[in-house]
Design a protein. Sequence first.
Length: 307
Amino acid sequence: MKYSLKQLAVFDAVASLESVSAASRKLSLTQSAVSMSLSQLETLLDRPLFIRHGNRLILSHWGEWLRPKARKLLQDAQQIELGLHDEHLISGQFEMCSSQTAAKHLLPELISKIDMDFPELRIGFTVKNTKNVLEGVLNYEYQLGIIEGRCDDNRIQQKSWIDDHLVVISSPRHPFARHETVSLAQLEQAKWVLREEGAGTRRIFDAAIHGLIEHINVWKEYESVSVLKSLVERGVYLSCLPYLDVKRDVEEGKLIILNTPQLNMSRSLSFIWRTDALDNPLRDCVLSEARRLTTRLSKEQKIPIQR
């Protein structure tokens, strides 16, 4: 093998930033050094790895094929380096990606705690829907993900973090808000605003109504939970969202949780990582701190852990 880890690191940086100049700043190299390293790698592999679109460098077919493999090699190299310097095991860069609920309600406190206790650990953090979190972990973009619901892909290791549940919400002015229970027939007649396809919340809702409601009237789909809640507050629509996302709005009287006894929408928020990933002290640190956080919050009754 004639290519180097440095060349792969340059390739990955350019792929992430789509720019030689931006990659040179990230890697603290000159632009000419980055360009030379990239050119050498393409020559060694005898494949074009990028296609130029204006000022942007977009991955070619071969670049898309190479990137997850390069990321895995770079992650493994980082773990080897940490293992050889065990006095600094909890240090370095660690990339995470989370779905919205955990990102909003749990991760700020978790990352803040880790920053105080492990100041040499730098956590990069991205928010996406469950489908994209899974894809990012599988493509070695992130070393750890947080998703909503189950994952049956044998390439993924999954560890439950907390139990949660979804609720059907309305405005206090909605006609259904006066009902002690809301039937499936009434839910079928309603106008709905829901999360987009691929969101964990949407998958759980669709699974809950499958075989019970033949057709649901989905008026709009949005990624933003705040937008969905604002639309529901206006009195026309119903939505289905995690309890953690609507708890405060319900306590303030802005929203109502409808009693829908025929729907079972319990779920777990879970950590995921690749099954083939090496042992990782940084990942173990995050998982351990997350477990401590939810134990404390459940005792303070700040999160609705169901057993």
